[in-house]
Design a protein around this ligand. Structure first.
Ligand SMILES: NC(=O)c1ccc[n+]([C@@H]2O[C@H](COP(=O)([O-])OP(=O)(O)OC[C@H]3O[C@@H](n4cnc5c(N)ncnc54)[C@H](OP(=O)(O)O)[C@@H]3O)[C@@H](O)[C@H]2O)c1
Length: 307
């Protein structure tokens, strides 16, 4: 199969396009013919070696955890999926080796769900990791009807989903973004505020009594601002800064979860959740996709499409 291959830690410059043997399909796994692979910041963070203390990495690696595609084969003991089924997955394994930036990927059925019929391949591939992160972060922050929630980096992959899911739960969302994304945030149902110096005061103008919960995809000043604004410190959930724990909040890592992913798929199909694809690149241009992702200005998602 054709795949993106990385022989050593590094940035976009170490990604090459090459051939790898087709993945084996272990019991409990399906083999997926990839139609699109989502690009997430964690892909290039792993690529650079930042997660080396946490995760086994067996070079050469093929990056990528997000996938949308068609089941090409099923392993032993797989009864819930058949050849030809259209699926999505947050196909994270316990070690980094064969990822989704490829023509084929094997994934355990615990990591996948049926593709939302209403989404094209690119949008479907943008949903799993960021969607699950947003969904699980709102659960951890106990966001519900009537809450006022600050979502930091509300225009990004995680933030755009967190905004829409919180609105669907009946919450009021104040979302941080630069000015150019304010109309986009309004379209998602949020009240936009600009981040940086004076953020706390700008949020207080909208919510004088502070906020009930905060979902943070930025870290640093957004953790401090959240802590100042929250009525209850434990309702800060950061996916970007471990320091959230020091101020009484939660530092969260998203978990693969087929039931949550099935629910996200349903929410996409019933129109609750839209997926914005900022840029789609052909698989062969994965290095350029990483460069764009690293700029930190993505609106919604970046994806790779596989011919
Ligand atoms: N722990 C986990 O399980 C987990 C899961 C998913 C993601 N993450 C992490 O969470 C972070 C966000 O992920 P993502 O996929 O949403 O990233 P992303 O899509 O690349 O985020 C891009 C967005 O960030 C916004 N942004 C940049 N600087 C900002 C700031 N100082 N304040 C507010 N917004 C800012 C940009 O808006 P403007 O262009 O308007 O500035 C842009 O829309 C990353 O660090 C990622 O690694 C962690």
């Amino acid at each position: 199969m054709k795949a993106i291959i990385q022989q050593r830690y590094g940035g976009p410059e170490v990604l090459t396009v090459g051939e790898r043997p087709d993945p084996k399909v272990a019991p409990g796994e399906v083999l997926i013919r990839v139609r699109a692979a989502g690009v997430n910041p964690v892909d290039w963070k792993i690529g650079a070696g930042y997660l080396d203390p946490l995760m086994e990495v067996q070079f050469p690696i093929t990056p990528g955890w997000d996938v949308a595609g068609v089941v090409e084969a099923v392993g032993l003991d797989v009864h819930d999926y058949r050849v030809g089924d259209e699926v999505i997955g947050y196909a994270r394994k316990d070690w980094v080796s064969l990822g989704t930036y490829a023509e084929l990927v094997a994934a355990n059925v615990r990591l996948i769900a049926r593709k939302p019929a209403s989404l094209d391949w690119s949008r479907a591939a943008g949903l799993p990791l960021a969607g699950l992160t947003a969904y699980q972060a709102l659960d951890r922050a106990r966001v519900g009807d009537g809450d006022t929630v600050v979502v930091h980096a509300a225009a990004g992959g995680v933030g755009a989903f967190a905004t829409q899911l919180a609105v669907a739960r009946g919450a009021r969302v104040i979302g941080t973004a630069s000015e150019r994304n304010h109309d986009f945030l309004r379209g998602l149902g949020a009240e936009p505020v600009t981040y940086g110096e004076g953020l706390v005061e700008r949020v207080r103008t909208l919510a004088p009594g502070g906020v009930d919960a905060a979902v943070d995809g930025v870290g640093g000043e957004s953790v401090d601002a959240s802590h100042e604004l929250l009525r209850e410190a434990s309702r800060l959930v950061s996916v970007a800064d471990p320091r959230a724990e020091e101020v009484g909040g939660v530092n969260m890592w998203v978990r693969p979860n087929a039931a949550d992913l099935t629910e996200l798929s349903r929410l996409a199909d019933d129109g609750t959740l839209t997926v914005t694809v900022d840029r789609a690149f052909p698989l062969e241009e994965a290095a350029e996709a990483w460069r764009v992702s690293q700029e930190g200005r993505t609106r919604g998602k970046i994806v790779l499409t596989v011919a």
